[in-house]
Design a binder for this molecule. Sequence first.
Ligand SMILES: Cc1cc2nc3c(=O)[nH]c(=O)nc-3n(C[C@H](O)[C@H](O)[C@H](O)COP(=O)(O)OP(=O)(O)OC[C@H]3O[C@@H](n4cnc5c(N)ncnc54)[C@H](O)[C@@H]3O)c2cc1C
Length: 382
Amino acid sequence: MPTFRFDLCELPPVAEALRREVRGFLGAELTARPPAQRARSWGGWDREFSRKMGARGWIGMTWPTRYGGHERSALERYVVLEEMLAAGAPVSAHWIADRQSGPLLLRFGSEAQRQRFLPAIARGELAFAIGMSEPDSGSDLASIRTRAERVAGGYTVNGTKVWTSNAHRADYMIALFRTHHDPAKKHEGLTQFLVDPKSPGITISPILDLRGSHHFNMVVFEDAFVPDELRVGEEGAGWKQVSTELAFERSGPERYLSSLALILELIREAGKAPGERAAAALGHLVAHLATLRQMSLSVAGMLEAGQNPNLEAAVVKDVGTTFEQEVPEAVHALLGVEPTIETGSDFQQTLGYLTQNAPSFSLRGGTREILRGIIARGLGLR
Ligand SMILES: Cc1cc2nc3c(=O)[nH]c(=O)nc-3n(C[C@H](O)[C@H](O)[C@H](O)COP(=O)(O)OP(=O)(O)OC[C@H]3O[C@@H](n4cnc5c(N)ncnc54)[C@H](O)[C@@H]3O)c2cc1C
């Protein structure tokens, strides 16, 4: 029977040296950032911060230098991501581009697209959005209905994307459209495109989340034109490409660190001599965290070795998001502190933010049930 493997991965000295450099930078940059802001982690948007990261060579780290990358290892990149997340750095303006849009273009884009987009992404100047989900297509992504029809010089697009994070402030979106329709073969006839969200025929409307914040959008295409040179890969190759993109999306340490700010606040609150219950609860959380970190690092090690750890990445995302969601519950049960929004102590506000946000952790990037389906298939159980 197939199984998954999490080989132990040691970080090389060069990665630990880089960690010190990153910590020094973050210490200077984020001194005034309160814990409830840090809890936003990769949801925090700051273009200036992204440019500074780019200037330091910390975006597109593993890409070839001819495309503005730095040819560093996946493990060095892992350390930078880990430090950014642990510090709650506002990385959202480059996160998607660095994690999935850039790697997608590197693998499937044309040479002209690589030269045009990758160096600007690596400088921290281009923000990307993901145009996959639609009003009736989320988990069943292959059922999307937004049509891109061939016209002279490109395609005309009609349809609606939904839950599109940051579409209102991104420079580009990589979107999946249907270029051919055969109801019997829904995984065929899908194609990916680079879309400028400010183009004519595209209307972006906010969808407010549970907290009343604007980060999601609905994006309506009405006879929007996308030129041929912005098609990514071959027409009809979209399913294979989007599956690769989702593997990039699911494999990073952001899938277990979203509630770290609250654990740090709990440690601060418990002080140097925590009571027996607090010590037991903290021990439980930290033991889980350490195990998840080792598993996540193992995925990074497999990526570095050129392997394809999709199954292991799905396990880390499933177990990791369960852990992230457990943290606010555990803290609330332990201390009975009331979560608050924009008032109250740092601790209450961090708890308030994460309590409201936690339900989304096991939805974004593929739901828990979908991941378990992937794991079951990987183990030969279905
Ligand atoms: C914070 C956040 C950010 C997001 N950002 C983006 C973005 O930038 N771009 C984008 O395109 N999308 C984005 N999404 C959308 C996300 O990808 C979808 O919400 C997700 O894929 C689920 O789709 P859905 O909401 O349509 O739910 P559905 O697919 O309708 O699922 C509803 C429920 O049914 C379950 N279910 C569905 N199918 C099965 C099955 N076969 N077996 C068992 N259970 C099943 C699901 O697990 C879920 O619990 C974001 C979502 C969140 C929460």
